[in-house]
Every structure is written in structure tokens, then in C-alpha cells.
Design a protein around this ligand. Sequence first.
Ligand code: HEM
Length: 479
Amino acid sequence: MEIFYVSLVSFFVIIVSFALHFLFFKNKSGSSERLPPGKTGWPVIGESLEFLSTGWKGHPEKFIFDRMAKYSSHVFRTHLLGEKAAVFCGAAGNKFLFSNENKLVQAWWPNSVNKVFPSSTQTSSKEEAIKMRKMLPNFLKPEALQRYIGIMDHIAQRHFSSGWENKDQVEVFPLCKNYTFWIASRLFVSVEEPTEVAKMLEPFNVLASGLISVPVDLPGTPFNKAIKASNEIRKMLVAIIKQRKIDLAEGKASPTQDIMSHMLTTSDENGKFMNELDVADKILGLLIGGHDTASSACTFIVKYLAELPEIYEGVYKEQMEIANSKAPGELLNWEDIQKMKYSWNVACEVLRLAPPLQGAFREALSEFMFNGFSIPKGWKIYWSVNSTHRNPECFSEPLKFDPTRFDGSGPAPYTYVPFGGGPRMCPGKEYARLEILIFMHNLVKRFKWEKMIADEKIVVDPMPIPAKGLPVRLFAHKA
Ligand code: HEM
């Protein structure tokens, strides 16, 4: 009997050893075989041109969906912007990345971004991003946001009276940029006068389109122009910072009047204050993140409301009830914003179909497995908003404009991600919600409109915009 047990245990040990050996052997030798399926494209540039050009043609989702169909609906391998990369797709991909932030992955920006913002190599590092995230809530916390509503409405009124009223036709996109940039300049750096705002906006326009580009620094390339523009803006910001420091010292400026004052007067846990260039870089990043995204969203709201009269009617009805409840000259407030439920559902559906950010990159901190494939340490990982937003598994009839998707508890977790998710989720989400709703209020209260180019092309570079700036014919409501 004893011999039987000894044989049984020996047999068991042999089987387990064999299994372990097999697993170990497979792990050692098979690493490259178990990379996600896909191709790496041309030497050096990889598949960057396909990646960028599907966007220029207005269909950034095509790059993703073609490869999801060919290789795997969860993850595929590619080579983007000079880096080996894996694209994670679908709700499971989003969940994995958002839940493993700073554990298996960390934020990563393409070289083009790091070169346009020389110190953003630090800014995008874990510690700098944490510092920034610690500081932002003070500026973007609910009490602060509630104070901004009146300021935003006041600027919206000035914007509509100078840019839209008494005009038969307008080009919407430049106006939306002007609107969101005016608000950001006022709230971030207290620059409010239209001529000063316009002076600052000019280089920003150049900067945005060179940011996510092939980093070729030759005269005339978008990348080269972006570097020059960022230097010009940094100079302007440093000049404002220097003056602000004097004003703060003389009591002419308040430490809480805007985000710039806040950054200049807040020290870190070691009592250290940020230097001028650091403050300038952080504000530059915020101005970019905080105005281009929202201006693209506002532009597409105008586009969809022109195309869908019944949706326009719903928004108009809701906004006029609010407008009619106000005393003459009374600015919008927090309660009014809470009543804009249908309008926000409409804005959410616009952000689903025309997300301002197409996705973002991460870097693998160590080798790990995802969906049965190995992701080597140092690889870049891209998550794509469209891989869920336009995926019939996540949204039925994904191309249909349907704001009721956001009724009740709304879309399933990790499917609706225009603001990202996890620890790096957009800290400006609520700020963006306010400026978008205040824009919608002021717009539909004044006008109906129709598109002047029926099938205007959309270009995504890096945000979606109508190629001709969305010219519309305006019809003012009768007083
Ligand atoms: C419709 C408007 C907006 C959209 C769609 C949007 C979208 C996003 C997304 C998707 C991310 C996450 C990127 C990632 O996963 O790496 C992000 C991050 C960020 N957003 Fe926004 N955003 C908007 C408006 C704003 C505004 C108004 C601000 C500032 C007031 C802002 C500031 C930031 C910052 C600082 C980050 C980086 C957070 C970090 O890395 O920890 N965004 N945004």
C-alpha cells in the first residue's frame, strides 16, 4: 500500500514538474510569439501615416476598426509616432488601462508633444502630474465652479453680441474657439479684454495642429511652427506672471483670483514654490486642454442641432423655460444648470459621436499580459474613444443620434469615455459641462440656423473640425 502511495505521489510530482517546465519553457521562448497580432508597418514611421491620415480624412475610427476586424477586437500591435505600440480596444481594454494607472501603465506623450513643451517631460512624469492634480481641484472644485457660472454667462453674452448678433451668416468654429478661449483666459489668467484675448489666441491655433504630428523640425512643417508658437505663448505668459507677482506683492491682485495666482502662491509639501517657467508651462497645458476640446464640442453641437430639428426643439424648449424664469439682466446660476438635463444629454451624444479627444497613450511600466497577449515593458499603449463609442456591442445603432441613451443610469461602465477614466480622468469635465451648457443656452435663446454646406467634410487633426469651419445662416428669434 505504502509503495502505491509513494508511486502516486511520484507520478503527481512528475506531472506537476512537467507542467511547470512546459510553462516556464513556453514563457522564456515564446515572448515574441505571444505579442498581440498586427503589423508594424514601414521602418521608423511604422503605421503613423495611416493613423494620422484616417483622421485627416475624417474617419479616425477606421484605423481602429479595420485592425479590430483583421486581428482582434481586444488588442492589436502597431508602430505609432516612432514607438512600438499596442492598441487596447473595447470596454475591457478601457477598464484594464484605467484600473492599472501607475501600476502597470503610466501616462505617455508622443515625442512631438514633449518637444513642443520642453519641460513637459517633467510635466508628464508621475510626480508632476500628481502635483498638478493636487492643485487643480482647488480651482475646479464645486464651490469654485459655481462661482464661474455667472462669469461664463457674462462672457457668453459679450461673445454673442460681438460675434453673432446682427449677422446673417457666421463661421462657427472660429467663433467657438474665441468663446472657450475667452473664458479660459479670464478664469485662468484674468485676461478679459477682447484685443488681448485675440492676441493670445493666434499662436494657440498654430500650436494645436502641430502637437500630434510627425516630429520633423524643418522650416514650414506643422511641428516646427508649433515649437515657435509655444515659445511665443510662453513668453507672453511669463510677462503676465512677472506683472502678477508685482501686483500680488502690492496687494493689487488676489491669491484666489485665478489659477495663475493660485499656482504662484501655493507651495508644495516642502514649502517650495513653482518657478515662473513651470507655472507658464502648466498654464499653457491647461489653456490647450481646456479650450480646444470644448470649442470642438460646441462646434459639433451647432452642427447636429442644424441637422436634427426635433432635437433642436427639445433643447430650445428647455432653455426657454429657464430664460423665461429669469429677471431681465439676471445671470445664469447653479440651479439653472441643474435644469438643463435634456441639453446635457444632447451634448453627451455629441461627445459620443464627435469626441474631441480620440484617445491617449500610456507606457507599460513592466511586461504584463492582456487578453492572452504579452505587452513588453516600455511599449506604448493607445486607448481609443471610438473603439467603444462607435462599437455596436457598446451602443446599439451606434451611428444614430439618440440622446435618450443617457437617460437613467446611462451607458454601461467603460463604454462612454469622452473624458477618459480612472485616476487620469479629465479634471476639467465639470468646467467643460458648464461652458458647453452656457453656450447652448445663449445660442438657442437667440437663433435658429441652417448649414450653408450640406455635406461639409470633417477633418480630425487632432480634434474633429468641419473643414470649412461650419458656415451657417442665422435666423434670429423675434423679440
Ligand atoms: C469637452 C471638453 C473636454 C474633453 C472631451 C476632455 C477630454 C479629456 C480626456 C479624454 C483626458 C484623459 C486623457 C488620458 O487618458 O490621458 C483629459 C485629461 C485632462 N484634461 Fe480634459 N477634456 C476636456 C476639457 C478640459 C478642460 C476644460 C480642462 C481644464 C480646465 C481640461 C484639463 C485636462 C487635464 C489637465 C488633463 C490631464 C489629466 C492628467 O493627466 O492627470 N480638460 N481630458
